[in-house]
Design a binder for this molecule. Structure first.
Ligand SMILES: [Zn+2]
Length: 330
């Protein structure tokens, strides 16, 4: 599900025929790990579950492995130790990862997350939740990754993205049609704010990841309410979500260049008024000038300057994360 303006990363990676190679071959490759989203039984036949007899349809040739009968209690351990995010934890995880990938990235992809993806062993299984038009498929394949793109819909994306072939499977992030511990990486960008129960979805990601597997995600923070979004997350919200779902957090950081001052006008203004969006950059400049002045005063008094990432996080359009399912997790 894409919500940002199409010019956020203009048509990066648009390649004719990027959808080629989809379909039966992809599903055959993933068949061994498909599971019924109702009862969890292995799904040898994507049309019907042998365990609970649930029938699954398709939309234009794309299997629709979703059911309104899927249901689960959501339980998690919460302790008073998490009522406040410890400063030490914030300092440890609020930081930017190294970026070491060359070339243009697909629409929406974060450089730090792309670096993690590019570093996965060839043949690693990557499950994308909310793959939109499927614009990441070719990039993933070119890196030797086994890729399965899922989304809740084939049409909730910009038309220009639909040219990428769309999802391999229609699926609900709260009830992934995937067996336990069967993928090496889950990638979910611009999707978490659209989840009615983000904790359930994070627990599903944890379930399908192999121990040591990596979870790359992001979530709206200062973006306007858009496209039926539910929960927008502050840095603390992201940290708590990941801890509640038992992930080891490696990085939580503001999406590069995507702050509230540009996210709000780009996503809230309509028609010709969108031409006013650059004014957001002016407000951002004022915000930065205010920080420079505050830091100058602090230094004059011998105090430490404000941490630049905290300054950016305060107004981030979206928060991005890199987390891992612990190696010894069961
Ligand atoms: Zn079933």
């Amino acid at each position: 599900m894409m919500q940002r303006a199409p010019d956020f990363q203009p048509d990066a990676g648009v390649v004719a025929g990027a959808g080629v190679g989809r379909g039966a071959a992809v599903l055959d490759d993933w068949r061994a790990v498909l599971a019924c989203p109702v009862c969890g039984a292995g799904l040898d036949d994507p049309a019907r579950c042998g365990g609970c007899s649930e029938e699954f349809g398709e939309e234009g040739g794309t299997p629709r492995l979703m059911s309104a009968r899927s249901s689960a209690p959501v339980r998690f351990d919460f302790s008073g130790a998490r009522s406040v995010v410890p400063e030490e934890l914030k300092r440890r995880v609020l930081k930017r990862p190294a970026v070491g990938v060359a070339g243009k990235l697909p629409y929406h992809m974060d450089g730090g997350q792309a670096t993690v993806l590019a570093g996965l062993a060839r043949g690693s299984g990557v499950l994308e939740i909310g793959c939109g038009g499927g614009q990441n498929r070719l990039w993933m394949r070119e890196r030797g990754l086994r890729y399965l793109g899922t989304d809740v819909s084939k049409t909730r994306v910009y038309e220009h993205l639909q040219a990428f072939g769309g999802p391999d499977v229609l699926a609900d992030a709260h009830f992934l049609p995937i067996r336990d511990e069967s993928v090496d990486c889950v990638y979910a960008a611009a999707v978490n704010e659209h989840l009615a129960c983000p904790l359930r979805a994070a627990q599903e990601v944890w379930r399908v990841l192999k121990p040591g597997g990596v979870y790359l995600g992001n979530c709206s923070f200062m973006e306007p309410w858009h496209d039926e979004s539910f929960f927008h997350m502050s840095p603390n919200g992201v940290i708590e979500l990941l801890l509640a779902a038992r992930f080891e957090i490696e990085f939580v950081y503001p999406g590069a260049g995507w702050h509230g001052f540009v996210a709000l006008p780009r996503m809230a203004l309509m028609g010709p008024l969108r031409g006013l969006a650059p004014l957001g950059r002016l407000f951002h400049l004022v915000y930065r000038a205010q920080t420079w002045a505050a830091n100058a005063r602090r230094r004059a008094k011998g105090k430490a300057a404000h941490d630049p990432i905290m300054v950016e996080a305060k107004i981030a359009g979206a928060m991005t994360w890199i987390a891992r399912k612990p190696k010894g997790a069961a």
